[in-house]
Write a protein that binds this ligand. Structure first.
Ligand code: ZN
Length: 776
């Protein structure tokens, strides 16, 4: 090696080691690095505090719609007038309208981009579903797109989006009205699925229609996305401006219609008895009043009137409109007091929903409105409706479609009951996120699903102590968090690209918020900040940054590390107690320390050679040698003599009172080393158990990891002697491996099961529980 070569090698080595040090530092700092680079720059529309800025604006879209349901052919025919108001400072040369039904059109991008695979075994049902989906003639059929005076408008359809080319640009403050005449085939939900559609009851030739995305709707325009015209591919839901609706719905005469908004012509569609019952319900805050009875519904089912009726509904300041119609509907109602204002809770369900629905649905609606209002803002719409719809849970303003159907003999399992209550809470909760706090679902599923699921958990726990909530408690998310990372994407992932949809967009954000509330911020700081976010963005369009910023702004808790870890990575929590070292002060007093040292030596293990030497010596030595040896073996290096005591007293003379106290305190010092194995930095919560049986809890904020996010040491000064240490004793942090959370390590056997080679697949505990009940 020449000297030049060695110099180069040295330089390379130096560069490498500098790089390594930097990498290490970056790695460490990155967990607590502020989110400036990830969040958009604050501006006049959205402030750095997370509130709407002084120039905040939003567009408005008002609708006058009249639709007719053709029950025989399962089609909708519609006419609408959209009045679009440009409140932005920008001049618009075109408008974008969403044609969501086109997702079901043959060869839609949604269908073309759906991936699937074939197995050597496939059920008839699944194969049929694939065929039915492919063969369904879905999508909007537009007859006319014209000005209000009937003049043809120039437009271009691109998949689920339609661009209306304006002949005159729309300036700030100006409105433009136009008409669309259209129709579409309603999908059979049971055959090809869908958020809306119909369920057909073959034996009696009746259907329940749950209808949504039934009219061309305006896209959102703002300073965040420009036109939010990202195509609807099926997963990423909706992004919609607020507006006022007037909707006329023509259906068979004996149908009962539920819808967004308030019914404006009750005397034309309900009989006198029903109107009277409804009036009674308006003053009944304790229990539901039946407006359309099961008897009346069953009579309608059989008669099948051929006449028609038109129901007229109006809704103000909503972002969408949904409705349901069937002659099978029973309808009940009760009044709910929201801060002194009356809101009506409604349920519509067929006899197949009973006895579960008449007992729970409306009561759960009322409870949900109260609880969500408490944690967010008061519910200000006039009503909230829960409609029975097999298999699905889907939300629209003031109305939602919910599953939960008993067996045909009217019995139901606890699971069916709790899941029905859970879904009603959740879908009613969607009135707050995203119907009122109107986030962009096309972009971010978690902003409505995550927040809604979080309050759902609180609402469930307030409905019934120990309600079997599926999402919310940290322990429920562990299996997902510790899973194969190739199947886990950060929460901050576009709605269409999310893997493990439910865990990612519902479960994980709900858990994260629950952890913020219980562990990081505390209930008071969290609840105030969460309410502030709801108040700031009610009837507006928030983004993730507005949420992240508001939660910090209203609480003075730096949460950038939390958003970074929980929302921008797929890391998990696994903190371990690596090492515990116990120290006590050496008093220096020979009368104290020597006996301790002697005891320690006696207890310590001996080198094998020493033992062997001793026994071999004793066999061969003479009596004279033995005397000499005895002198040395009786010498005690730990005995205390007068000189030792003199030294100690001289040492004491140089100490002041405070120092002497420290010297004789008998305090225990525990130096504990922790490792962050999972990557997510989290608070360290420790429970010390002492020799006298008492315990002490210590909560250390996450910032303990601020300089080294991998390994840290900390000294704990404790008067009492520790016998056990537990990390995260109350299961608050979703720590995926509890085995490394104890000192001394827990020594309990893991019980493994033996099975015979061809044993049948094990039932899950719920199936087993149900089977054991049946067999009773
Ligand atoms: Zn949801």
């Amino acid at each position: 090696m020449t000297s030049i070569e060695s110099k180069i090698k040295l330089i390379i080595l130096l560069i490498c080691s500098i790089y390594l040090i930097n990498a290490q530092e970056n790695l460490n700092n990155s967990k607590f690095k502020q989110l400036h680079e990830e969040l958009p720059t604050p501006n006049v529309y959205r402030t750095a505090s997370g509130a709407p800025g002084h120039e905040y604006y939003q567009q408005k879209a008002d609708y006058e719609i009249s639709v007719e349901l053709d029950e025989k052919n399962h089609t909708i025919k519609g006419n609408e007038i959209i009045t679009y108001t440009n409140n932005s400072p920008d001049i618009l040369k075109y408008l974008w309208v969403q044609l969501d039904q086109n997702v079901r059109a043959k060869n839609s991008h949604a269908q073309l981009t759906t991936t699937n695979s074939m197995n050597d075994k496939i059920s008839f049902g699944n194969l049929k579903r694939m065929h039915d989906k492919m063969n369904f003639d879905g999508g909007f059929k537009l007859e006319q797109v014209t000005t209000i005076n009937g003049k043809k408008l120039s437009y271009k359809i691109n998949e689920t989006m339609m661009r209306i080319n304006l002949s005159k640009p729309l300036k700030q403050g100006q409105s433009f009205s136009f008409k669309i005449k259209y129709s579409y085939n309603i999908n059979d939900r049971m055959k090809i699925g869908g958020r809306s559609g119909y369920e057909y009851f073959e034996e009696e030739e009746n259907a329940i229609y749950t209808i949504a995305q039934f009219f061309p709707r305006m896209a959102v325009y703002n300073e965040v996305e420009g036109w939010q015209n990202k195509q609807f591919l099926g997963r990423g839901e909706f992004s919609l401006p607020f507006g006022d609706y007037k909707v006329s719905i023509t259906v068979p005469e004996d149908h009962i219609v539920a819808a967004t908004g308030e019914l404006k012509n009750s005397s034309a569609v309900l009989n006198k008895k029903q109107i009277k019952r409804w009036e009674k319900a308006k003053n009944n805050y304790n229990e539901p009043v039946i407006i359309v009875t099961q008897e009346e519904a069953e009579k309608n089912e059989k008669e099948k009137s051929q006449k028609k009726k038109t129901w007229i509904f109006e809704a103000e300041n909503v972002r969408d409109f949904g409705w349901a119609s069937s002659r099978k509907f029973i309808w009940d109602a009760m009044a709910v007091d929201i801060s002194g204002k009356r809101v009506m809770a409604y349920s519509y369900y067929p006899k197949e929903g009973n006895p579960l629905w008449e007992q729970y649905s409306t009561r759960v609606v009322a409870h949900s409105l109260k609880t969500y209002s408490k944690y967010t803002i008061d519910y200000i719409y006039p009503q909230a409706t829960s409609v029975h719809a097999k298999w699905i849970g889907m939300e629209y303003p003031m109305i939602c479609f919910n599953f939960g159907r008993p067996e045909t003999d009217g019995t139901y399992s606890e699971r069916t009951k709790y899941r029905m209550i859970g879904v009603i809470i959740h879908e009613i909760g969607h009135n707050f996120f995203p119907m009122i706090v109107n986030s962009d679902e096309r972009q971010w599923t978690w902003m409505d699903e995550g927040l809604c699921s979080f309050v759902q958990y609180l609402t469930e726990q307030e409905f019934e102590r120990n309600f079997p909530s599926r999402r919310g408690p940290p322990t429920k998310i562990i299996d997902y968090m510790k899973g194969d990372k190739s199947g886990i994407v950060p929460i901050m992932t576009n709605s269409e690209s999310i893997l493990q949809f439910g865990n990612n967009a519902y479960g994980k954000p709900a858990t994260a918020l629950n952890i913020l509330r219980e562990t990081i911020m505390g209930r008071e700081l969290f609840d105030y900040a969460f309410k502030t976010y709801s108040e700031r963005w009610a009837f507006k369009h928030p983004t993730p940054a507005d949420f992240f910023r508001t939660m910090e702004d209203a609480s003075a808790v730096d949460l950038d590390w939390f958003w970074r870890g929980w929302f921008y990575t797929n890391d998990h929590v696994d903190i371990s107690i690596d090492e515990v070292n116990w120290f006590k002060v050496n008093t220096g007093n020979p009368d104290t320390e020597n006996p301790i040292a002697k005891k320690k030596q006696e207890k310590s293990d001996t080198y094998i050679g020493n033992t062997r030497n001793k026994s071999s010596i004793s066999k061969t030595i003479t009596e004279k040698d033995k005397q000499a040896i005895d002198f040395y073996t009786t010498y005690d290096p730990f005995s205390t003599n007068i000189l030792d005591r003199e030294d100690y007293n001289n040492y004491l003379k140089n100490l002041n009172t405070e120092e002497k106290e420290l010297l004789n305190s008998n305090t225990n010092y525990y130096e504990i080393q922790f490792s962050n194995i999972g990557g997510l930095v989290m608070p360290i919560i420790l429970e010390f158990e002492f020799i006298d049986g008492t315990t002490e809890l210590m909560r250390i904020p996450s910032e303990i990891w601020k300089q080294n996010s991998k390994k840290i040491k900390k000294i704990f000064i404790l008067e009492n002697e520790v016998v056990n240490i537990k990390l995260d004793p109350f299961l608050e942090t979703a720590d995926v491996d509890m085995n490394n959370n104890y000192w001394p390590p827990r020594n309990e056997p893991t019980r493994f099961q033996l099975f015979k080679q061809n044993e049948i697949k094990k039932e899950n505990p719920m199936q087993r529980h149900l089977r054991s009940k049946k067999n009773k």
